[in-house]
Write a protein that binds this ligand. Structure first.
Ligand code: A3P
Length: 342
């Protein structure tokens, strides 16, 4: 694959054309009405932050915001994948923001210089560089104006519920997971920073209760991880399975592995010039946290809510020994026989 060069310094936003198309919006609204008739008959229970969650094909979905069951169904019915697309899939709070930054930086490394007048990662939230299928893309016809650029998208949708066109397109997908105890604690702090009408605050005990039952958007956590792990073992050239913990332990080598997998390997010359380390630093927690001190990702979701501690094992401060033991037991049983460790 060719690497876009710096002669076409387009911002990520102008590369992706997402005009607000009245016709598309009207169609989406009609589709959503149809889905409502359907999903309101699915099993439902109260879960994360008091939301009514609906069960579909073994997973729980929210019905109340951008990451809703309707958006997943609309994507299934309308989204058109390209074989050159790259998808980043995660459970929320597993390092989505970080993997978006890394993949964007790897693929665009010759296009943007490392200065804040040109490099989007020094100006804006990585979520603006790699759009979520469930937020920016649903119901839209995304077209990139730069022919050489692969389209980069992210999603929290479970593997089996991905639009058929993604499954059949032969495109590459990167999945990143994280220790469920750190995911839970990260959810807890993130949720309490949200400032919108879709959530009621929960204590850590209340959140633990619903999380351990899998009653989270795109939950159960364990089933989500297991599905992607299985297809990655079966199709390792199409799906790369990473853990947040491994990425933290050996970021430079994992970045090289990621670049190879994506079809953008570093040359010897780039390695000798320190290009890998440059990307690691550009996408570091410290750097991204500083860039995203102010502003909102979208209404009620501050940019800084995506950058809290960025630690491995930080769950220790918020979970009791008993909670930890229960989650360990579930993880052991669910991941039995699988090569997944944190
Ligand atoms: P903590 O809450 O444990 O600090 P997501 O991006 O999927 O919402 O996940 C958010 C978690 O990733 C947060 O974890 C956040 O601090 C961490 N994170 C964000 N950017 C990171 C980076 N560049 N490096 C490592 N961790 C990062």
């Amino acid at each position: 694959m060719s690497i876009p060069d710096a002669s076409s310094p387009l911002s990520p936003v102008s590369e992706l054309s997402l005009e607000d198309n009245e016709h598309e919006n009207a169609n989406l609204s009609l589709l959503f009405d149809r889905y409502k008739d359907k999903f309101t008959r699915f099993p439902n229970e109260k879960g994360w932050m008091g939301q009514n969650l609906y069960m579909y094909q073994g997973f729980w979905y929210s019905s109340e915001n951008a990451f809703s069951i309707e958006t997943m169904m609309a994507l299934q019915d309308t989204f058109q994948a390209h074989s050159t697309d790259i998808y980043l899939a995660t459970q929320p709070k597993s390092g989505t923001t970080w993997i978006k930054a890394l993949v964007f930086a790897i693929v665009n490394r010759n296009r943007y210089k490392n200065d804040s007048s040109t490099n989007p990662l020094l100006i804006t939230n990585p979520h603006k560089c790699v759009p979520f299928l469930e937020i920016e893309i649903v119901g839209k016809t995304p077209t990139y104006v730069h022919a050489n650029t692969p389209r980069l998208f992210s999603t929290h949708i479970p593997y089996t519920a991905l639009p058929q066109s993604i499954l059949g397109s032969g495109c590459r997908l990167v999945y990143m997971c994280r220790n469920p105890k750190d995911v839970l604690v990260s959810w807890f702090h993130f949720s309490n920073k949200l400032n919108d009408k879709y959530h009621v605050q929960m204590t850590i005990d209340e959140l633990f209760e619903v999380y351990s039952k899998g009653l989270m958007p795109y939950g159960p956590y364990w089933d989500h991880v297991k599905e992607y792990h299985k297809v990655s073992s079966e199709h390792p050239t199409r799906i790369l399975f990473l853990t947040y913990e491994d990425m933290r332990k050996d970021t430079a080598n994992k970045v090289k592995r990621l670049a190879e997998f994506l079809g953008y390997p570093f040359t010897e010359e780039e390695e000798a010039k320190g290009k890998v380390e440059e990307i690691v630093k550009l996408c570091s927690f410290e750097n991204l946290k500083e860039v995203n001190k102010h502003g909102d990702f979208r209404k009620g979701v501050p940019n800084n809510s995506f950058f809290r501690e960025g630690k491995v094992g930080g769950w220790n401060n918020d979970l009791t020994t008993e909670m930890s033991q229960i989650l360990d037991d579930i993880t052991k049983a669910k991941f039995h026989g699988l090569d997944i460790s944190f």
